[in-house]
Design a protein. Structure first.
Length: 257
């Protein structure tokens, strides 16, 4: 009796390597370098041809929500860039001789902090926002591990410490409310802060139209830190500790040292 040879099919993902890390660039637009996806198929140890499909799932956990993006690609090799970070699960599937096989690896996509010069360019002639950014994060979007810089007792992240709870939803009164981008794109984080501060300043101006511009900005700065409810307080914001910190930063400009 002739015994049939058992066919052993093995899939090997060559790139990226399992457990490796990929960095987002800090230049605009914020994105990773193209990641090359390549693999080989073996039958009984011999390389063979076969169609290859890729399913990529990038996920990151905020305080209230898990943010996911799913991408499907065909080809071998093929390249893909990402504009946010987190855990990237890569499933490679191959079809050969009428049967389907798959294998899975995980890599991580990490953030990279912008330079001081990049932040200065993003905030030209806006010392209020520069000072808030310095107070909140010392101009850092990410921690030493490449994760979004996060306040351990709240949902605030990034250079401007934007709250997921208040500003990362469709109900937020700003346009830049995509919290996944707020967490991973330092320039988008700054844009959200601009909109937040402008929102507060308009609210303050509507309630206290006769106050000086400086006093109204102080109220808006206080609200940025302590919330919109503080706008209802008639007491001046000039002596509020956070406002004084920001005004001192504006005077001293520590980011230039």
């Amino acid at each position: 009796m002739i015994r049939k040879t058992v066919k052993q099919i093995d899939l090997m993902i060559l790139s990226p390597k399992a457990g490796s890390s990929i960095n987002l660039g800090a230049s605009l637009p914020v994105t990773s370098f193209p990641i090359t996806l390549s693999a080989e198929i073996f039958e009984n140890g011999i390389k063979i041809a076969g169609s290859v499909e890729w399913n990529l799932v990038l996920s990151w956990e905020g305080t209230y929500k898990t943010y996911r993006s799913v991408v499907a690609l065909s080809g071998n090799p093929v390249a893909k860039s990402f504009s946010s970070g987190g855990v990237l699960r890569i499933r490679m599937s191959a079809s050969t001789q009428g049967r389907a096989y798959s294998t899975l690896i995980k890599v991580v996509v990490l953030g990279q902090n912008p330079t001081k010069e990049q932040i200065k360019q993003a905030l030209p002639d806006n010392d209020v926002l520069r000072a808030i950014a310095w107070q909140e994060s010392n101009w850092r979007q990410f921690d030493a591990k490449g994760q979004p810089l996060k306040n351990p007792s709240s949902s605030m992240v990034g250079i401007m410490q934007i709250s997921e709870r208040w500003w990362g939803t469709d109900k937020a009164p700003i346009h830049s409310n995509d919290f996944n981008r707020i967490a991973w794109d330092w320039n988008y984080n700054i844009q959200a802060a601009k909109e937040i501060l402008e929102y507060y300043f308009k609210r303050v101006t509507s309630k206290y139209p006769s106050e000086s511009e400086n006093a109204r900005w102080n109220r808006a700065i206080k609200a940025y830190h302590a919330g919109e409810s503080t706008i209802k307080t008639k007491e001046s914001a000039d002596d509020f500790w956070y406002v004084q910190k920001i005004r001192k930063h504006i005077k001293d400009k520590p980011w230039g040292k």
